[in-house]
Design a protein around this ligand. Structure first.
Ligand code: GLC
Ligand code: CA
Length: 583
């Protein structure tokens, strides 16, 4: 029970100003662009469904869950890195771009998945890791074999400087960004792990090879691609040292400032012109807003959209340290990410992916009694913003962080490398590092999908899944949520249904009506076909919110709290973590 004494006196000053949100609506061409109206679902294949008992998810497993995805309301699935890879970075180090990761199955398994997905009207998007390959890719094996090998220029090789690396660039995963190769006496560049050498897009042969890979998969019926670290494919040459300020941010801005990015993206579009409907979504990691705008403005014919990480980075710094986040900052991001200044840019709205800890554990309530309610509140937000919503596997049932206590429980190369860099060198204590990683590590989101109450959550018949299942699966799983009308899963389904039936939720204009309120986030969306108003209480306390006097509400469409009457004007009494969607 909520005591009246804890009732917050916070009353949001009505914005006073008349609503100015423009009446945006989708033009008919826009409505026909499938990826604008679609709901995307991200599958992390290793952790989705194992079919053969080896503890690793696979394509037959995914095929067996297509009905679930259809019933959920997914229009398209993004299959996270699924090509042949030695797994230095779980598939983000590709050995062969035309072969399915053998652990996930064969090409026949993939083809069957495609055919079954088509029957369920689900499109498939593949992950293209084109900034780098595996060091086990045949191109790199050739490249490193001698200085005059025809593949030498497929990668960046440089002479040592003063007996050390060519410059001070760090790797995102710890250590130097350059690796010395004894055989030829030169260093090669790797923004990520040493087993992920950066491809040299300056070389037209590299681009030709990569574009052919896109057509290979598009010919197989794939509907789009997610381009991994796409901002980094054009390098700012010549390689100079990063300044101390640049080092502070791991060189994100510098690494994504290469002058040829737009040219490469345009070329990529042109090279796949036989498939004009392809959705190209970039991972905008490190890219500034301005850079992203240029790469995604539809008049430029480059990317369709890009993931922006400002929201995801609100509560984590140095790649592992947890810092407090604030609602005004989240609002500020959503406001500018709706691109009121540029209708030619179409954003992606997401609360989680495979590179961050679980959304509900980060932005929801830490109190168990509010876990599900806050997961629903986050769903309300993610599915009511302008842009294509992405639902990350497991978020739709409110999956949470894993109770990590020891470094040996992690799989992520980033966690292990920084452990070496920071803890083993006594820069950071083990306790500090571990307590922060338990809150921030991306392995939190990579634990197996929780399907039911059988051993290992129905993910695998193996006694040992590749990464441990979260022990809360006995109460938090798809099966139990499927039969509960009040579950997080049922709520997601309902939100998706509403989004589909209300054009304003997809294409409408956006205006914040909660100002700097530290606990309430509310916004108004407007289109000629109607309006929507979303009110979210991001706090463990009840809060009163004064609806702006110029908003005339018709009715409540959905709330994550069923009790009580909701007024349509004046003051709303919101319970902790309550969300309400009106029209
Ligand atoms: C992207 C991927 C991430 C991977 C990195 C290197 O950020 O999402 O999982 O580690 O690129 O490929
Ligand atoms: Ca398997």
């Amino acid at each position: 029970m909520i005591s009246r004494r804890s009732f917050s006196k916070l009353l949001c000053a009505s914005t006073g100003a008349l609503l100015t949100s423009t009446l945006a609506s989708g033009s008919s061409a826009e409505r026909e662009t499938w990826w604008k109206t679609a709901v995307l679902y991200q599958i992390y294949p290793r952790s989705f469904q194992d079919s053969n008992g080896d503890g690793i998810g696979d394509f037959p497993g995914m095929t067996s869950r297509l009905q679930y995805l259809h019933d959920f309301g997914a229009d398209a699935v993004w299959i996270t890195a699924c090509f042949d890879s030695p797994n230095a970075d779980n598939g983000y180090d590709v050995r062969d771009y035309r072969r399915i990761q053998p652990e996930f199955g064969t090409m026949e398994d993939f083809d069957r998945f495609m055919a079954e997905a088509k029957k369920q009207n689900i499109r498939v998007i593949l992950d293209m890791v084109f900034n780098h390959s595996s060091d086990e890719h045949v191109w790199f094996k050739q490249s490193r074999s001698s200085r005059d090998n025809p593949y030498r220029d497929f990668y960046f090789w440089r002479d040592p400087v003063n007996g050390g690396p060519p410059n001070n660039w760090p790797s995102f995963f710890g250590g130097s960004g350059w690796e010395f190769d004894k055989l030829t006496g030169q260093y090669y560049l790797h923004h990520y792990a040493t087993k992920q050498p950066d491809l040299n897009w300056e070389n037209p042969k590299v681009r030709k090879e990569l574009f052919a890979v896109l057509n290979f998969w598009a010919d197989k019926g794939v509907s789009g691609f997610r381009f991994d670290c796409v901002g980094e494919i054009s390098k700012p040459l010549p390689f100079r040292d990063m300044t101390p300020a640049e080092l502070e941010e791991d060189g994100n801005t510098l690494r994504t400032s290469g002058p040829r990015l737009d040219e490469y993206l345009k070329e990529m579009r042109a090279a796949t012109r036989a498939h004009p409907d392809l959705y190209f979504v970039g991972e905008g990691w490190g890219m500034t807003r301005e850079r992203i705008v240029r790469a995604t403005d539809d008049r430029n014919r480059e990317l369709s959209s890009a993931f922006r990480f400002d929201f995801q980075l609100l509560d984590v710094t140095e790649g592992w340290r947890k810092v407090p986040w604030s609602l005004p900052k989240l609002k500020a991001f959503n406001r500018e990410n709706s691109f009121p200044d540029n209708p030619h840019v179409w954003p992606v709205a997401f609360i989680g992916d495979h590179d961050f800890a679980r959304a509900v554990s980060r932005f929801g309530s830490s109190r168990p009694e509010f876990r599900d309610r806050s997961a629903k509140l986050l769903a309300t937000m993610a599915l009511s913003l302008r842009g294509t919503p992405l639902v990350y596997q497991g978020d739709e049932i409110g999956m949470t962080n894993f109770p990590f206590t020891d470094v040996s429980q992690y799989d992520d190369i980033g966690v292990h490398n920084l452990w070496k860099d920071l803890v083993l060198t006594n820069k950071v204590t083990a306790a500090d590092y571990l307590s922060n990683n338990a809150l921030t590590s991306r392995d939190n989101s990579r634990t197996p999908m929780q399907w039911d109450t059988s051993p290992n959550a129905g993910f695998t018949k193996s006694a040992k899944p590749w990464l441990a299942v979260n022990p809360n699966y006995t109460t938090l799983n798809v099966k139990s949520e499927s039969s509960e009308p009040d579950s997080v899963l049922a709520y997601y389904r309902e939100m998706i249904r509403l989004r589909r039936s209300k054009e304003v939720l997809v294409f409408g204009g956006y205006q914040d009506i909660s100002g700097d309120h530290p606990k309430i986030y509310a916004y108004h969306r407007a289109a000629p076909s109607g309006q929507a108003v979303v009110v979210l209480n991001f706090s463990d306390e009840p809060v009163d919110f004064q609806l702006p006097s110029d908003v005339a509400l018709k009715q409540k469409l959905l709330s994550n709290v069923s009790e009580g009457k909701t007024p349509l004007s004046g003051t709303l009494h919101l319970l902790p973590w309550q969300s309400i969607l009106f029209e």
